[in-house]
Ligand binder design. Structure first.
Ligand code: ATP
Ligand code: MG
Length: 306
């Protein structure tokens, strides 16, 4: 399908014209068609098969989490611009009358809601640290958790690859520093194998997260220099600037320290996680193999729907 350098809306419009996605009424909020979902389910199952030998405990959350989990991860320090929390109306009947009157007058009524105890999930792995920590020290040979979540990041964009809500499938490792490095090496190989099975041209490069503010720039630079984050890059909505379709992150002991995670020898546990973007890999398939699932290469179809 077509894409143009610097103009991600060209690929978006091609997806809309082919009926792969439907206009959801706002940036980053496209509706997914049946064909898109068939492909996304195939991608999701392929990921599950690739991770089947991990001996990982499965933890599948609903698409929200406790606000205190967001607080504890430190997300608001690093990425306040991306987070989304949930507000609800908590008033009485008089309050409700004021709310409805504001709506009918075309005024902003959202201030009449109150913050709830619930937050959207920015990354699937955030739910897992507290769960694992409360069980006590992790065995010296480590522990793995498989988690998939609908994630929210407030980064509205005309680029169809940059959604407000998307599905992320991760395998998180907790254990020794060497174990975490081995997990990362496994994922470096695994991400390339995934792209090869889907017949998608790719590179794997060091990357950094969009840490907020001036101090954030320093953090981003050190993340890049230490190669703590590596991304699977594929040309999707832009033929010049590739899109991150998966990543593997080495957290060193930062998550372990925040969550009181230890290994059996009493040391702070190191963690690492490999993460696939289900929706982005699905878009990459449409970009490279076209809008018709039946016309996709036989090898790709066999990988998705064995
Ligand atoms: P980018 O650099 O493009 O912002 P990221 O580095 O923020 O991506 P990660 O935090 O590593 O992404 O998240 C893991 C995966 O989740 C990404 O590799 C990508 O496939 C997917 N992902 C991240 N943000 C989005 C988004 N806004 N819409 C769709 N998928 C996303
Ligand atoms: Mg991002």
């Amino acid at each position: 399908m077509p894409a143009e350098a610097g103009r991600p809306e060209v690929f978006r419009d091609a997806l809309l014209a082919a009926g792969v996605l439907l206009d959801g009424g706002g940036m980053g909020l496209m509706l997914r068609s049946g064909a898109f979902e068939d492909a996304a389910r195939g991608v999701e199952m392929l990921m599950a098969r690739q991770m089947a030998g991990d001996d990982a405990e499965v933890m599948m959350p609903p698409p929200a989490m406790p606000l205190r989990t967001l607080t504890r991860t430190g997300y608001m320090r690093s990425f306040p611009q991306l987070a989304g929390t949930i507000s609800c109306f908590c008033g009485d009947e008089a309050g409700h009358r004021r709310l409805v009157a504001s709506m009918e007058a075309g005024e902003d009524w959202t201030g009449q809601q109150e913050p709830s105890e619930v937050s959207m999930i920015p990354a699937a792995c955030y739910l897992t640290y507290g769960q694992v920590a409360q069980r006590g020290p992790v065995a010296m040979d480590g522990k793995r958790v498989a988690v998939e979540a609908w994630c929210f990041r407030h980064e509205p964009s005309p680029d169809p690859c940059r959604m407000l809500m998307f599905r992320m499938r991760e395998c998180v490792f907790y254990g020794t520093p060497d174990g975490a490095k081995a997990h990362r090496d496994q994922w470096l190989a695994r991400m390339g194998e995934m792209a090869a099975m889907l017949q998608l041209p790719y590179t794997i490069e060091p990357a950094n997260d969009p840490f907020f503010g001036r101090i954030g720039k320093i953090m981003a630079r050190s993340q890049l220099e230490l190669e703590l984050k590596m991304e699977l890059l594929i040309h999707v909505s832009d033929p010049v600037k590739p899109t991150a379709c998966a990543s593997v992150n080495l957290h060193l002991d930062s998550m372990g320290a925040k969550w009181g995670l230890e290994t059996e020898d009493g040391a702070v546990a190191h963690t690492a996680c490999g993460a696939y973007g289900i929706d982005r890999l699905t878009l990459a398939l449409f970009r490279h193999h076209g809008p018709e699932l039946s016309a996709w290469p036989a090898g790709v179809r066999a990988a998705l729907w064995p």
